[in-house]
Design a protein around this ligand. Sequence first.
Ligand SMILES: O=C(O)CCC(=O)C(=O)O
Ligand SMILES: [Fe+2]
Length: 205
Amino acid sequence: MPLPGLLTAAGLAELREEVGRLERAARRRDFEMECMGGSPRRMTTLGGQVIAEMSRLVPELYADTELLTFLSGLIGETALPVSDPVERHVLNILHREGDTHGAHTDDYPYALVMFLEAPDTPEEGGLLEYVPDAASLRDLTAGSASARRTAHHRAGDAYLLRSDTTAHRVTPLTRPEARRTVLNFAYTTPGAAPRSTPSARRLYG
Ligand SMILES: O=C(O)CCC(=O)C(=O)O
Ligand SMILES: [Fe+2]
């Protein structure tokens, strides 16, 4: 679900400055995620546990009651912060040609993704590619093109994804100067079954 108006110009500017500061602590990752079909992670990341130590703004925004009320209205259920300090709010930066966040599903039901930076055109890559209600990641990586959807986002955009049952990935950047920086906030609901994979610790630990 696209949420183009979620970040105001002032909010985007403030968040960008904060994330620029956080980026200095972020770590480069280059590996294949075994528990997600060996899909590639070529990106720089910072986990929620470090963000919480370095930032007041991001944890405050994550737990903001107005934001939670807004998200609850969208999903028709109570959106709840997750207790996992690593996964609750993470920073993902694609900044080299070929950088990609490979196919996966998330551990928690909802992801709010906010774009601090994004390539201007879809030709530069960094597209969200996804298959809702996927039976397996292969629906995305080897399934029919007709089931696959793509979305291009600009800096300042945001989207809400049903992220535990939607197979999703970010396509490789195709130009050396392209950058794509997002904050991802994970939320759960009162009835959600707990699920945990080793993926967050591999990517953000
Ligand atoms: O960057 C995106 O658009 C998706 C991020 C994502 O899937 C994740 O952090 O789990
Ligand atoms: Fe995800």
